[in-house]
Write a protein that binds this ligand. Structure first.
Ligand code: HEC
Length: 134
């Protein structure tokens, strides 16, 4: 194998890896990847338990997640997910704004934040499973 062929096969391998990565990034599934994070880290205060629900925000149903919150903000803005209040809250530097609230001791690691961010784009496809939390 001469140097040129060798380099070419190296390039081909790189391309393959990159496309495999991109395909994976594309295949984020709301119910499989995002919902468990919300369920784990958010439902305690924004879930099916009406008595403990904060800010009138319910993230366990499609309607709840897409309707405007008590303060008139879009928790999840399906047309423009980057504008979702959820994104602002999980990324905030302000302890009063940050979700989950620091005093709850519920953490949201960076990797999960990233997943949430990409996954919100899939919310219009979210299936409504009512009260079931899984
Ligand atoms: C321990 C309880 C608790 C947990 C857990 C929690 N929140 Fe909250 N959340 C609150 C409270 C209390 C408020 C209202 C006060 C405020 O706006 O900061 C709130 C407000 C919000 C708001 C703004 C609602 C509005 O009216 O504008 C969003 C969006 C939000 N939470 C998203 C989340 C997300 C996403 C998670 C999970 C990653 C989460 N919260 C986890 C207690 C919680």
């Amino acid at each position: 194998m001469d140097l040129c062929t060798c380099f070419r096969s190296f390039l081909a391998t790189c391309l393959l890896l990159v496309s495999a990565f991109l395909t994976h990034a594309e295949s984020i599934d709301f119910n499989r990847d995002v919902r468990p994070i919300l369920s784990d880290r958010c439902f305690q205060c924004h879930g099916p338990d009406g008595g403990n629900r904060k800010a009138g925000l319910r993230l366990d149903t499609r309607e709840g997640a897409l309707k405007l919150t008590d303060s008139g903000l879009a928790a999840i803005a399906p047309e423009d997910p980057e504008q979702s209040e959820i994104i602002a809250r999980i990324s905030s530097d302000d302890a009063d704004e940050l979700m989950p609230p620091p005093e709850s001791k519920i953490s949201l690691p960076l990797l999960k934040k990233k997943l949430l961010r990409s996954g919100l784009k899939k919310v219009p496809l979210m299936t409504n499973t009512g009260h079931s939390v899984h």
